[in-house]
Ligand binder design. Structure first.
Ligand code: SAJ
Length: 417
């Protein structure tokens, strides 16, 4: 079996490597020559648990190769980004570009599977584009006799940090343009997925993916809104949530400095853009979560104003715990805002960064290790719940002024006046 995976990012590269491990011959395509060279040397350009060993193994065995040029194959998996524009309208240009390059090498019997998170209707747009570019091929849903190719939508659902486990164990939703397309794609996923593979239509599968991430966003927004109420009322929100969650049908998520990453902070907008009138809740959840970051900046400014010119240690830049991914990170947004007017006071502690990211590099803020921060900074702001931070014992935090946006240190005494 020959498989082409379009896009060698956080999803495409692990997916390509897992398929290659089954013995299929996989060609990974990326627009970046650096990424292609790195993979062909058996190395990885992203941090993900166990990915380096897997990639070096399948490249050495010759089942995974990378290129900037698409080649003929039996299965084409599209895993390219679908960002949104400034007006929150989804941008599927990369998906359509990928489909265009696939069209050039497509032959009867091939299957195209879109995995990128996409607005409802995108898989049909891919089908229409292929029909237009390759009038010699019969496309599914557009002809009465047997189509020449199959097209399906099967969203990725893996959690960064657990990608290689979840690629295998998670259930998959497989939406075909027609039931036959779905069955074709299902046979492919059965090669490496241990979870259940459930088939449906392409449109239902597209909406399912958006729904999952909007569900999480709305639930995090509820927790973030509670944290604002608790602040106003002088109550410990973490304690309230812990207690409320003892109810058998209550399961509240954790407040934080906002929602980051390239999925949960983005995908709900695809639903809002598709049905603006019908989505006040989903839109408001997005606004609540973005607004939480502004609230944390204001809290931090108040703390800085109350602490003279004391150095301030900001714990964490990543968008969530225990990863090196800073995309759309609320922690990074908070530190950037503080660095604008207090750069000389700002020390950043981020064990997952070798250097400050470009947006902070020239501000005057400095990157320090945990020990230095604890020794030199009387003011601590927790922005990410990395395990390395959670394990700092109370003795090392006693007497500090602390703003803990993640509820990481429940034993922290109230700050000295
Ligand atoms: N967060 C909170 N409080 C919580 C949980 C999360 O503030 O209780 C924050 C995190 O700190 C982070 C953001 O939300 O900033 C998102 O983190 P996450 O762990 O909820 O999700 P992602 O973005 O890493 O991955 C999500 C997952 N989707 C769901 O859990 C429904 C993953 O399964 C998807 O594959 C991924 O999006 C994706 O690619 O769409």
């Amino acid at each position: 079996l020959n498989v082409v995976v379009m896009g060698l990012g956080y999803i495409g590269l692990p997916t390509a490597a897992v398929i290659a491990r089954t013995g299929a011959r996989v060609l990974g395509i990326d627009v970046s020559a650096t990424v292609v060279d790195t993979v062909n040397e058996g190395r990885v350009h992203i941090e993900e648990v166990d990915l380096d060993g897997l990639v070096s193994g399948v490249v050495a065995r010759g089942t995974l190769r990378a290129s900037t040029e698409v080649a003929p194959a039996d299965i084409f998996v599209i895993a390219v980004p679908t960002p949104f524009a400034d007006d929150h309208q989804p941008d599927i240009a990369y998906v359509l570009q990928a489909a265009t390059s696939i069209a050039a090498v497509l032959k009867a019997g091939d299957t195209i599977i879109l995995e990128s998170t996409s607005p409802v209707g995108t898989t049909e747009q891919v089908r229409d584009l292929i029909a237009q570019l390759r009038p010699d091929l019969k496309v599914p849903g557009r002809c009465t006799d047997q189509p020449d190719i199959s097209i399906a939508y099967c969203p990725e659902r893996v959690l960064p940090g657990r990608i290689l486990v979840e690629l295998i164990d998670n259930d998959r939703v497989i939406g075909g343009i027609t039931p036959r397309c779905a069955r074709k794609a299902l046979a492919f996923y059965r090669r490496f997925v241990r979870g259940a593979c459930v088939t449906t239509t392409a449109r239902a599968a597209e909406m399912t993916k958006l729904t999952e991430n909007a569900f999480r966003d709305v639930n995090i927004a509820f927790a973030n809104e509670l944290s604002l109420v608790a602040d106003r009322l002088g109550v410990d929100v973490w304690e309230v949530i812990r207690l409320a969650n003892r109810h058998p049908r209550v399961n509240i998520l954790s407040p934080g400095p906002g929602v980051g990453g390239h999925c949960i902070a983005v995908d709900p907008w695809f639903l809002v853009a598709a049905a603006p009138e019908e989505t006040p809740l989903i839109r408001t959840a997005r606004e609540v979560n973005d607004g939480k970051t502004d609230h944390v900046v204001a809290q931090a400014e108040t703390l800085l104003a109350a602490t003279g010119d004391a150095p301030v240690a900001c714990f964490g830049l990543a968008f969530k715990a225990n990863i090196d991914d800073f995309r759309e990170s609320p922690a990074l947004r908070v530190v950037q805002a503080l660095a604008q007017s207090h750069a000389d006071r700002i020390r950043v502690v981020e064990p997952y960064a070798q250097a400050l990211p470009p947006t902070l590099a020239d501000t005057g803020a400095t990157l320090v290790d945990i020990d230095t921060a604890l020794e030199t900074c009387p003011v601590l702001i927790v922005l990410v719940d990395h395990d390395l931070f959670r394990s700092i014992p109370l003795e090392e935090r006693r007497g500090k002024r602390v703003l803990d946006t993640r509820g990481l240190w429940p034993d922290q005494p109230l700050a000295p006046a």
